[in-house]
Design a protein around this ligand. Sequence first.
Ligand SMILES: Cc1cc2nc3c(=O)[nH]c(=O)nc-3n(C[C@H](O)[C@H](O)[C@H](O)COP(=O)(O)OP(=O)(O)OC[C@H]3O[C@@H](n4cnc5c(N)ncnc54)[C@H](O)[C@@H]3O)c2cc1C
Length: 434
Amino acid sequence: MLKDSLMEEHIPARAGHFDVIVAGAGPAGLGAALAAAQQGARTLLLEAKASMGGVAYAALWMPFNRIQLRNGSRGGVHGQMVARLTSYGSVACRPGKRNMIDGDNLDIHPEYLKLAAFELLEEAGCMYLVHSPVTGVTMEGPDLKGVIANYKGETHTFTADAFVDATGDGDLAFQAGAPMAKGREEDGFLMRISLVFALANVDEERFFSYWEQDNGTQLKRVIAQAEQEGYCTSWYVFDRTTLPRVISVNNGGPLQLGNLDGTRAQHISAAERGGLQVALDFVKIAREKSIPGLEECFLMRTGASAAVRETRRIVGEYVLTEEDAREGKEFPDTIARKYGGFDSNYFHGPMDKGYCNYPYRALLPQQVEHLLVAGRCGSATHLGHAAGKSMGNMMALGQAAGIAAAICAAEGLAPRALDASRVQAQLRTMGVEL
Ligand SMILES: Cc1cc2nc3c(=O)[nH]c(=O)nc-3n(C[C@H](O)[C@H](O)[C@H](O)COP(=O)(O)OP(=O)(O)OC[C@H]3O[C@@H](n4cnc5c(N)ncnc54)[C@H](O)[C@@H]3O)c2cc1C
């Protein structure tokens, strides 16, 4: 329900001081803002784009993996999000496909995802601004004191006692001078940037039986032929959606443009342009080559923006490695589990336990105080991050960061001085398995 008091209660008009500021409203930022606000912290969520959800809304109907667990709810913000989405009915979400990487998921209509995010934030008493990228920070020595948010020259400096950087690109940590890493260690390769698209008027049964019968081998042959004919091609992964006869097409973006970096304006512009070509050419290929089930398909739309898988990561107090993830290393300060498998564009494989543990120290950047960093810009190697990088897991990292930020703000503590067992205890009371 939309209240008359919406702006007064939730959308600030001018700069001010908050207990907790969260930058970025992707899965990690939503988890952080909801958790902090529910702990009673006066919380502001700043989002650069038009709406909440991050990649989950930008990339259309992708399965929100690990938002629940096979044995039921993940507790905490995950449970709330699933309950809200399912309360809207089948127009909003449906269970998605299952394999080693994907699983325990929902295919979510992006508009209902946005609605659920707004509603839950408002119910938690959270303030928010969209279209408000954080473009700068204010520091006193190593202490992060404020963030500068911009909308069309309307510049506000918001201050807080604790901050969560959930921008995906580590924008706050980077601007505050924290040490950062980027891409694959050996060659700087980044996971692909992709403009996901949706196709309408698809005969789903025929298409999925064609695609699944030989693991896509026939389709790959068709695409290779089309590439030789000059079409802009990529790799593709297909998902059903909440709409009949509509499928979503995850893909590798314009492969011929090489290693694109989502923190560079030139590269992200090229990814948007090339991504559009990938989408439009796929429709032409599908129709001209009569791909079964797609002969009469239309491009319904591309995502709200190109979606970025990987850019900067902090080099934190602990860096989660491939080995940690593979063996499911136990940490005394585990604050989240990342379920699934390794999911880099360059390597896929299982984790021994089907999950890895994420230590509190990996939320803490070096050299900057009062800041926690959650989500894909958290402290991990390329493969340490790729291990369970799905949205539900990023939300779990955000949730832990939000709880920590709220405790720190309430007690005047620096996140580095916080005993992680306090975060663990709170998570357990919320039904989170650690
Ligand atoms: C193409 C693609 C397909 C994927 N497929 C799946 C899938 O099928 N299932 C799955 O579970 N996962 C999938 N993933 C992985 C998953 O989406 C990401 O790992 C996850 O979204 C990361 O969450 P995040 O919150 O850390 O970052 P993001 O989702 O990237 O969110 C970051 C948010 O911060 C905002 N932001 C950025 N800079 C600023 C700033 N300076 N100030 C304020 N706000 C800012 C952004 O606009 C965005 O809303 C996919 C990823 C991509 C890119």
